[in-house]
Write a protein that binds this ligand. Structure first.
Ligand code: ADP
Ligand code: MG
Length: 793
């Protein structure tokens, strides 16, 4: 098999500074032809504090350096696109981001949470890959994705639907299995099929949301865990038994920061350990690989190095992005990130084309070959058969032909054995069928004209008369049909008009299929903007509130959430995106209306061509002349016009498709921010409850204890795997009673007591839960007011 030897490509990306701009800490030299170099300058005041052997400046080479202003599309084009291309041809690929927390790993790999233009390598790669797959009709492709999180040496399936209902530690762990050929397999990691960009993107967001939900202050998943999003592609040429399989790992590693040890005299010791043990093992693997003569590479020390074994020194095209946050405080971390990168750049990988035979297909192919050889032999030995085919044999043949014609599998064959009479019969039969379908397919009149073209013009009077009669008949038929068509069209237009009034966008989208049949075949072009609109409005509805246990979340809690929402920074993002989304909807609607116009124009032109046909046919009857058998220039002109309109239609259609992807992405971003808002509220609320309990012990007098801890339904109705047609799965842990969803009474950590009714003048409901909520809310509101008052003084 084809093999590519290559060292790991290493890039650097420098994050824009937060607030204070510091000049002169580093410089980028792009002059050289192949590699760029990054110089980090240690400021004097810092260098003085270090041990003496510190130099003042350090230089590092990178494939390319993306400075602060580099945009996501540029990063994608130069880093990820080449890797995606290799993966499409059957090689494995890996892109991993390495750097300290806050240096931009997640921003680079997944993207920012606010803007569409900030989407990172994963969404852009998905979009690119599915675009390429759509364009290549020579192969049959299958795509799956998986999303693995490694936290504390344990693997979790971020796409496991049980994530919503269970705690992280209750989920089945993903474990590593090694087969006799030392190939790594991951048990309990689901592969979800994704047939288009939209489905894949939904899975990405589902995984990210699951990760966020599982994160608690104690479990700082986003800085301490590694995330591996993998795209699995397999391809096969029709009729071939060879399958190509490739994987693309997109890896967001844990923060690379080290524990700085303070030595004697308060000096920082240069030797420092990683916070994350598995990154320490990763470095050991890298060191071992970079040393030429090492035979043992300690992959097995950690789960991460086991999973990425092929990406490091194995069968894979690998790329690393060193993310740097280059300000004064981070000089040391940046230096160690660059040093790590320089070692990685020495590693050589050998990527091979991953081809394998499908044994089942091989058997089928070999059987076929044997049969063909047998048939050939029979033909050559020429066993003569004199008798005609029997009635039974003929029936059997008809049946065979029918099954063959109905079978959509390109591999299917019509096998009648080595009998020339049967073979001939089949050909005749198929010919008849073809002629028949031609006649019924073609427009009756044009067929008639072309038939006339073919007839001998010197045919006798008799023949001409017969033809004229036939023509008259057909003419009548056509007139009737045209009338019917007109009526249908009018009806359709009326209906269209009504629908348009309701929602122009979606109408056009549904109708667009009738024109562009080749596009309507791809599932991704089945637009459903109407659905999307419902989605966007659900952001106001806050469905999780209405789905609380017992049908209600206490009023106090609800109101508090409203206040919280208003004061929360993320609300601005939601509002901004909501506006942007509305704008996009308007654009899409506008485009939809224009598409409609073009469509009507095309239909109109088609109508004119029909009219033209009828006119010419009538002319042919009244005054037959040579000219009528030649091409009609008017019709030609109409046809070119139609072609042009179709081109316009197609461009607009593609623009609409792009808009649709953007709209979906924005919706997913909003959903993510929304979940985060809920989580923040949960934390805030529980803190407030605890404070309340501590500050007002006099309220604690009732023996009834209940927990005031609002938990939202993990609001994933829009994200959960079960909303996909392909990957429908019903979670076994779905809890109809909703006992996981809201204020739980079995949470031992957060308890507060119901205040006695007499101790307050507030009209309480008597429902202990609701009352506790109301009191908590009032207290919380006081706190807010106090804080606001303080900040005003
Ligand atoms: P990490 O994943 O390495 O901990 P993040 O990707 O979360 O870091 O980045 C930290 C913050 O900096 C985020 O708010 C992110 O949006 C922002 N950020 C990172 N890189 C860039 C960049 N190149 N341009 C703009 N903002 C960035
Ligand atoms: Mg991160």
């Amino acid at each position: 098999a084809a093999m590519v030897k290559e060292t790991i490509r290493v890039y650097a990306r420098v994050k824009p500074p937060g607030r204070r701009q510091q000049a002169g800490i580093y410089s980028v030299d792009d002059d050289e032809k192949s590699l760029s170099s990054l110089e980090i300058i240690v400021p004097h005041d810092l260098a003085d504090g270090f041990v003496n052997n510190k130099r003042e400046s350090y230089k590092f080479k990178f494939q390319k350096i993306f400075d602060q202003e580099a945009k996501q599309d540029v990063v994608f084009d130069s880093i990820a696109k080449p890797v995606a291309e290799c993966v499409l041809t059957g090689y494995n690929g890996t892109i991993f981001a390495y750097g300290q927390t806050g240096s931009g790993k997640t921003f680079t790999i997944t993207g920012g949470a606010e803007r569409y233009s900030d989407r990172g390598i994963i969404p852009r790669t998905l979009s690119y890959i599915f675009d390429q797959l759509r364009k290549d009709s020579s192969k049959v492709y299958t795509t799956h994705v998986s999303y693995l999180e490694i936290y504390n040496e344990c693997g979790y399936d971020l796409l496991d639907p049980r994530h919503e209902a269970s705690r992280l530690e209750d989920l089945p762990k993903v474990t590593i299995m090694e087969d006799p050929d030392q190939n790594i397999h991951l048990k309990n990691l689901s592969l979800q099929q994704a047939t288009n960009e939209e489905e894949a993107l939904n899975l990405l967001f589902l995984g990210d949301t699951n990760r966020m939900i599982a994160e608690t202050p104690m479990n700082q998943a986003s800085t301490r865990s590694h995330c591996i999003f993998t795209i699995h592609i397999s391809s096969k040429e029709p009729g071939s038994a060879t399958i190509r399989r490739s994987k693309l790992h997109l890896v967001d590693l844990a923060g690379s920061e080290r524990v700085a040890k303070t030595g004697v005299g308060g000096h920082l010791l240069t030797e420092a350990k990683y916070i994350n043990l598995s990154l320490h093992y990763l470095e050991q693997v890298i060191i071992a690989l970079a040393e030429k003569k090492r035979s043992h590479i300690p992959y097995r020390n950690s789960m991460m190095t086991s999973v990425l074994r092929d990406s490091l020194g194995g069968n894979c095209m690998t790329t690393m992005i060193a993310t740097l946050s280059l300000d004064k405080r981070n000089i040391d971390e940046s230096l160690s990130t660059c040093r790590f990168a320089q070692r990685v750049a020495l590693i050589k990988n050998e990527a091979v084309l991953n081809e394998e035979m499908d044994p089942k297909l091989m058997i089928v192919q070999l059987k076929k070959e044997i049969q063909e050889l047998k048939d050939e032999l029979a033909l050559v030995t020429g066993k003569e058969r004199t008798s005609e085919l029997s009635q039974d044999e003929l029936l059997q043949l008809d049946e065979l032909i029918e099954t063959f014609l109905e079978d959509n599998d390109p591999d299917s064959t019509l096998d009648v054995g080595a009998d020339m009479r049967k073979i001939k019969y089949c050909f005749v039969h198929v010919k008849q069928l073809m002629n028949h379908s031609k006649i019924s397919d073609k427009k009756l009149l044009s067929q008639h004209i072309s038939e006339e073209k073919d007839t001998n013009k010197e045919a006798g009077e008799e023949e001409l008369k017969k033809l004229k009669e036939l023509l008259q008949q057909r003419d009548n038929e056509i007139n009737i049909l045209v009338n019917m068509l007109k009526k249908e069209k009018k009806k359709a237009q009326d209906a269209l008009f009504q629908l348009n009034a309701a929602s122009a966008g979606s109408t056009v989208l549904e109708q667009s299929h009738s024109i562009n049949s080749e596009e309507s075949q791809s599932p991704s072009s089945c637009f459903s903007l109407k659905e999307a609109k419902d989605f966007s409005s659900s952001v106001h509805r806050l469905p999780f509130l209405s789905r609380q246990t017992g049908g209600k979340m206490s009023l106090g809690c609800q109101e508090a959430f409203e206040v919280f929402k208003r004061d929360h920074a993320d609300s601005i993002t939601i509002e901004d995106n909501k506006q942007l989304l509305n704008q996009r909807f308007t654009e899409a609607k506008c485009l939809g209306e224009k598409l409609n116009e073009v469509r009507n124009k095309i239909n109109h032109l088609k109508g004119e061509i029909n009219q033209r046909h009828i006119q010419r046919a009538a002319l042919a009857i009244s005054s037959p002349s040579e000219e009528l058998y030649t091409l009609d220039p008017v019709e030609e002109k109409l046809r070119t016009e139609i072609e042009e309109e179709k081109k316009r239609y197609k461009t607009m259609f593609n623009r609409l498709k792009g808009l649709k992807v953007e709209i979906e992405h924005l919706q997913l971003l909003m959903e993510k921010v929304k979940v985060k808002l809920q989580k923040d509220f949960e934390v805030w609320w529980s803190e407030e409850s605890i404070n309340l309990q501590q500050e007002n012990p006099e309220m604690v007098s009732s023996p009834n204890t209940t927990t005031v801890y609002p938990r939202f339904i993990k609001s994933s109705q829009h994200l959960s795997t079960s909303s996909f047609s392909e990957t429908t799965r019903v979670s076994p842990n779905e809890d109809p009673a909703g006992k996981n969803n809201s204020i739980t009474s079995n949470n031992p950590t957060l308890k507060t007591r119901t205040p006695p009714i007499s101790s307050t003048s507030i009209p309480l409901t008597g429902d202990s839960q609701a009352d506790a909520d109301i009191l908590a809310f009032i207290k919380a509101r006081q706190n807010i007011l106090q804080k606001k008052g303080k900040s005003c003084q």
